[in-house]
Design a protein around this ligand. Structure first.
Ligand SMILES: *[C@@H]1O[C@H](CO)[C@@H](O)[C@H](O)[C@H]1NC(C)=O
Length: 408
């Protein structure tokens, strides 16, 4: 009880500090970015900047800043951010995201959210090392598409198309836009997870979801083509994560599932993971089509799915606890510690684990910093980029502090 009281006090203090003004937060955030950049290993010299599109897996503050000030979204509340930033930054995690570890590995500052610095763009400099257009909840397909199918449960109307429009507006106001694009590592996603996650939470037939997966992937493909027209030379395109291992979906489909629906070793729902695999197969086919059309452009697939499956198959190797492998660290109880009416950020109704680094999942839908760090490690050191990122950037530094746990 004692430590819970202390935490609640801390949480209220952070809350108070957080909601005084957003400007202050942006300043704190910029300082954090600078500190992180200066502690990062020597720059790899491969890329001068990072440009990012995506959803909550990559959002470093846009969704937070787009929300009405009197309605802070989930990711703007403690205990989000508690592990690394020690305050919520709008990231959907307890700490850093994969994009943050990518920035560190490249010796670049953490990528600032476009909304945080939008009005400063014409003053120059602010986004010289990177700009992030990713928005939590963003889909690839647009609102009209989902509305037509009775799928209204999105948290934002921002789509990949909206983010691309912002990008064009951004290019129109910065000097040497084409050079900026050319010298950037461009992260196209992860995006697509919400196109499937929203309908899944409404019990839409998985066959119907499969039927529009090619449209999602085609849209991602045409965005890549547009980026190439604007001067892009290197793109990293992640697949979707294993949806069948997410506490939110495991909880939602618990009552309708039988023993044989689950993977015997991991406990993940097979049919949901098959949906992820299908999207990722379509995406890889599309990327290989684009590589043939544009042989001088580096189009790298990031296999987040298999980088993550390692956690579920051998948790101890990554320092995760086997008993909590499918449980959210922060949530409202139940077998997966997920409860849609007591979400993380809704303290004290939701609880938060003592040690997030023992967990893969943070809040039912998103990874912990520990998992994000291992995903990034899998991209640099493992075999989870195709073609391998080191064939494009041999000097890329590995994220610091990786130690396999040799329990197996
Ligand atoms: C999306 O746009 C519609 C129509 O403008 C609006 O009614 C709705 O509230 C918006 N949804 C979100 C989540 O912003």
């Amino acid at each position: 009880m004692h430590s819970i009281e202390k935490r609640t006090l801390l949480v209220s203090l952070i809350n108070l500090a957080l909601f005084q003004t957003r400007k202050k937060m942006a300043v704190a955030y910029a300082i954090i970015s600078i500190l992180v950049a200066s502690t990062a290993a020597s720059a790899s010299q491969c890329f001068e900047s990072i440009i990012s599109f995506g959803d909550s897996l990559a959002d470093t503050g846009n969704f937070f800043l787009l929300s009405p000030p009197n309605k802070p979204p989930y990711c703007a509340r403690p205990p989000y951010g508690r592990t690394f930033f020690h305050l919520p930054t709008g990231r959907s995690s307890d700490g850093r995201l994969v994009i943050d570890f990518i920035a560190e590995a490249l010796g670049l500052p953490l990528v600032e959210s476009y909304i945080a610095g939008k009005n400063a763009a014409e003053k120059g400099g602010r986004f010289s090392k990177g700009v992030n257009f990713a928005v939590a909840g963003a889909t690839v397909l647009d609102t009209v598409f989902f509305d037509k199918r009775g799928i209204h449960n999105r948290v934002t109307n921002v789509t990949l198309g909206t983010q691309f429009d912002w990008f064009n507006q951004f290019l129109a106001v910065i000097p040497n836009g084409r050079k900026f694009v050319k010298n950037s590592l461009i992260l196209v996603g992860e995006i697509g997870g919400n196109d499937y996650g929203n309908p899944l939470l409404l019990d839409i037939d998985p066959k119907a979801i499969r039927s529009f997966m090619p449209a999602v992937v085609n849209y991602i493909g045409s965005t890549i083509e547009e980026l190439i027209k604007l001067g892009a030379t290197t793109m990293l395109v992640p697949g979707v994560i294993p949806m069948g291992c997410l506490p939110a979906l495991l909880t939602h489909y618990k009552t309708s599932s039988t023993e044989k629906d689950y993977h015997p070793t991991t406990g993940c729902l097979n049919w949901l993971n098959e949906l992820s695999i299908y999207h990722n197969e379509l995406l890889q086919k599309e990327l290989s089509r684009l590589r043939h059309l544009h042989p001088h452009i580096a189009i790298i697939y990031a296999d987040n799915y298999n980088a993550m499956m390692r956690f579920y198959l051998s948790p101890h190797q990554f320092g995760f606890a086997k008993e909590s492998i499918l449980r959210a660290c922060c949530g409202g109880g139940g077998p997966y510690n997920f409860n849609g009416s007591a979400l993380c950020g809704n303290l004290p109704r939701a609880n938060c684990c003592e040690n997030p680094s023992l967990y893969v999942n943070w809040d039912g839908l998103h990874c912990t910093e520990a998992a994000n760090k291992w995903i990034a490690q899998g991209l640099w050191e493992g075999s989870y980029t195709h073609p391998h990122i080191k064939t494009i950037c041999p000097s890329i530094s590995s994220p610091a502090g990786f130690q396999y746990h040799h329990y197996y």
